[in-house]
Design a protein around this ligand. Structure first.
Ligand code: G4P
Ligand code: NA
Ligand code: NA
Length: 193
């Protein structure tokens, strides 16, 4: 998606440790017009597919998913919560995700009443790096007996391999910008086309 690539080029900054900062429009300040265009792009990609729910993960995925839902017939958006500690009452699906960025494991939960057998789910997230967070969401869907119809990602860091691994598993991953290389010394960002 050319608009997103242009915003990354003009406003993104490359940090050490393979981190792309896009706080100006995606992760801190939210450009809802851009989010709207992203939602339209995913709706075009997944046109004709049965999608009756969007699942994302807090925090940055929520705003993007909510704006995108307007392009999918206002389907409900459910966000998985990152629990600090597990306080289980049996009414939740729980899985564990390892964050390379934060170098720790954390539980990811969703209430059973909001994810049901037979649901056709579109997963949406802001970033796809190693894919651990998305595999957590996939696990929650499997536990619920829900079907993952597709995966919509704003920025995929292609060089970290999570997206290609998901595609190899058979998932329809639509990343609106795929960064294949980025250099913290020069700030240069190379996109896959
Ligand atoms: P993975 O899920 O793909 O394996 O990635 P990882 O564990 O490393 O990512 C942890 C968090 O960092 C996720 O956000 C992910 O979206 C985000 N992230 C990964 N790489 C980048 C990057 O280069 N730039 C930015 N801005 N974010 C990145 P999160 O834990 O869900 O936090 P939140 O911001 O959504 O609250
Ligand atoms: Na995220
Ligand atoms: Na994030």
């Amino acid at each position: 998606m050319q608009e997103l690539e242009e915003r990354i080029q003009s406003e993104g900054t490359v940090k050490e440790g393979n981190v792309l900062k896009v706080d100006a429009f995606l992760n801190h300040q939210c450009d809802v017009r851009l989010f709207d265009h992203m939602g339209a792009a995913w709706a075009q990609h997944f046109a004709g597919k049965k999608i009756d729910k969007i699942l994302t993960i807090e925090a940055s995925g929520i705003g993007i998913a909510c704006v995108a839902a307007r392009h999918f017939g206002d389907v409900p958006v459910v966000f998985a919560k990152k629990a600090q500690s597990i306080n289980l009452d049996g009414d939740q699906y729980v899985t564990t995700v390892y964050s390379f960025t934060k170098q720790k494991e954390f539980p990811v939960i969703v209430a059973k009443k909001y994810l049901n057998a037979g649901d056709h789910v579109l997963l949406i997230d802001d970033f796809l790096a190693n894919g651990k967070a998305l595999h957590g969401l996939i696990n929650l869907c499997e536990d619920a007996g829900a079907t993952v119809t597709g995966i919509g990602i704003a920025v995929e860091k292609g060089f970290q391999g999570g997206g290609d691994a998901l595609r190899a598993e058979g998932y329809d991953v639509d990343s609106l910008a795929i960064v294949d290389a980025m250099d913290p010394a020069t700030g240069e960002i190379t996109f896959r086309h």
